[in-house]
Design a protein around this ligand. Structure first.
Ligand code: AMP
Length: 500
């Protein structure tokens, strides 16, 4: 029978509580500590919030206490919403206002206004109290929402993707079986997972919950370490990373260092990728430098709980394909290609966007598959096809892009540029270097500005108030008029041809 992540972790905490659930530069946490501390925090939280069942924002970065907070929320029957420190204050406050809960749990210092921010010190003190009861009857279960992850929205407001307990359990049942099989794990054998992506990205769900499902250790790699390659590699080696989970972009950054190979990380046996295209070049380099490791390409959007397909990338696959396949769907998932678009059907398709029925209705629905049965369905906006036993993802049908692994709606940046009163028109284009986007360039029509260095700085400054750093275009170019198509729309092709 499918077990919920709470049931799994409880059983490990009770039977092998000394196992390390999390390691980080900020300390570690055993399964028993995770369980007990989250019980204490859950009791406190439930008491404070009473009948208010709204989700709870958890703000911070790679602190083991964040996981205690996640568990505390779901033990009270409330979804959690992870927000990383890379998010600017305005955007955090926007998300907090949309969530609408008066309490925010923050493991990092913050200057969020208008909410009751419970600090790390307070959280730690609450966690020290004896949990006098457990809230078992209140736990998030079944179709209840387990977490909400906000992603870039095309109109300038982020969208909160809601994932239920059932969605998450269906995903982790698959991902943990996959890791067991690919790594040939014996019964009870545990591994060390690399946890690189911030918790506000659903890629982090892949390693965090797969690791917990396997009673393994999640090794948190924080931002500071990621900025110091030498220290980061030492940390990975010291923590005996066995299973690597990241975007291809992050692995490419590591590959730029010649010493990144199987001599450095001799315990590394499996690379799991998701979130953007894995290029043949990157896959080949990894197979060459880590000859006894497997490289697996997985595919999926946040809206369908991290990933729904997977395939082992071998030398043969690289040799025989133009682009790498994304593989075959997991049990419980069906894929349909309709007018070139990939549609995902099945048991990990989420519950729509938080408080946004309009956007939800555009892409979430129920659809009949060829077996005659009806499934929850999500229109991905990805283009793809099926060939020789594998699915392939070839790109987007809209203006969503991936830059260094981050999901960005170009419309999000454009809408925020348009909020500057000086800007009459704005368009943002990706600048490619081969298959990969290297950076973003914004084009603005702003006749009242001079268009010099000072104005570029001013507009970037305005954007920084609203958007995380990775969404700020590298260049802003001022133009007199935007090229227009015959039916009056912005002509992106002409803009690209003329200026990029
Ligand atoms: P996110 O919700 O941030 O995980 O982004 C999901 C999107 O990333 C998908 O809709 C795809 O456009 C892209 N994506 C995810 N995995 C892959 C992959 N293996 N290959 C190509 N694109 C991918």
């Amino acid at each position: 029978m499918r077990k919920s992540i709470l049931n799994i972790v409880e059983s490990i905490a009770k039977n092998e509580g000394d196992r390390i659930a999390i390691k980080s530069t900020k300390g570690q946490l055993t399964y028993e500590q995770l369980w007990q501390q989250s019980d204490s925090l859950a009791l406190w939280l439930d008491n404070e919030l009473g009948g208010n069942k709204k989700p709870v924002m958890v703000y911070g970065h790679k602190n083991p206490q964040m996981l205690v907070c996640f568990f505390a929320c779901v033990k009270t029957g409330r979804a959690y919403c992870p927000v990383d420190i890379s998010m600017p204050k305005n955007r955090i406050e926007e998300i907090a206002a949309s969530i609408g809960n008066e309490i925010i749990l923050a493991t990092e210092d913050s200057d969020i206004n208008n909410f009751r921010v419970v600090s790390r010190e307070e959280i730690e003190n609450i966690c020290k109290t004896e949990p006098l009861a457990d809230l078992r009857g209140k736990w998030v279960k079944g179709e209840d929402i387990f977490y909400i992850i906000f992603t870039s929205g095309s109109t300038g407001n982020p969208k909160g993707v809601q994932i239920s307990e059932t969605n998450l359990s269906n995903f982790t049942a698959w991902s943990s079986d996959m890791v067991r099989e690919k790594m040939n794990l014996k019964e009870g054998e545990t591994v060390n997972f690399l946890n690189q992506a911030p918790f506000s990205f659903d890629l982090s769900v892949m390693d965090l919950y797969t690791s917990l499902s396997l009673g393994s250790t999640s090794v948190f790699l924080d931002k500071k370490l990621q900025q110091d390659t030498g220290a980061m590699f030492d940390y990975m080696r010291d923590n005996d990373i066995n299973c690597w989970v990241s975007t291809p972009s992050f692995a490419e950054m590591c590959l730029a260092d010649r010493s990144f190979d199987s001599k450095m990380l001799d315990k590394l046996k499996l690379f799991l990728f998701c979130g953007e295209r894995l290029t043949k070049e990157t896959a080949q380099k990894l197979l060459d430098r880590f000859p006894s490791s497997k490289v697996v390409n997985t595919y999926g959007p946040t809206e369908s709980t991290v990933a729904v397909t997977a395939v082992d990338i071998t030398d043969d696959i690289i040799k025989n394909n133009e682009i790498l396949p994304i593989g075959v769907p997991k049990d419980g998932t069906k894929i349909m290609i309709e007018d070139e678009e990939i549609i995902i059907l099945g048991d990990t398709v989420g519950k729509g966007y938080y408080k946004n029925p309009e956007k939800t209705d555009e892409v979430f629905s129920k659809m009949k598959y060829t077996d005659g049965k009806e499934y929850a369905a999500y229109r991905t906006g990805d283009k793809g096809y099926f060939k020789d036993g594998n699915y392939y993802c070839t790109g987007r049908m809209d203006f969503q892009v991936k830059l260094h692994g981050y999901r960005i709606e170009l419309g999000d940046i454009e809408s925020n540029l348009m909020l500057c009163s000086e800007v009459e028109q704005a368009a943002v284009l990706p600048k490619y270097d081969g298959e990969k986007i290297r950076n973003l360039v914004a084009f603005v029509k702003a006749p009242s500005l001079e268009g010099d260095f000072k104005d570029v700085k001013y507009l970037k400054g305005r954007l920084k108030e609203k958007l995380p750093g990775y969404m700020i275009p590298k260049n802003i170019k001022f133009i007199q008029s935007m090229p227009i198509t015959a039916n009056g729309k912005l002509d992106r092709k002409k803009l690209e041809a003329a200026f990029l």
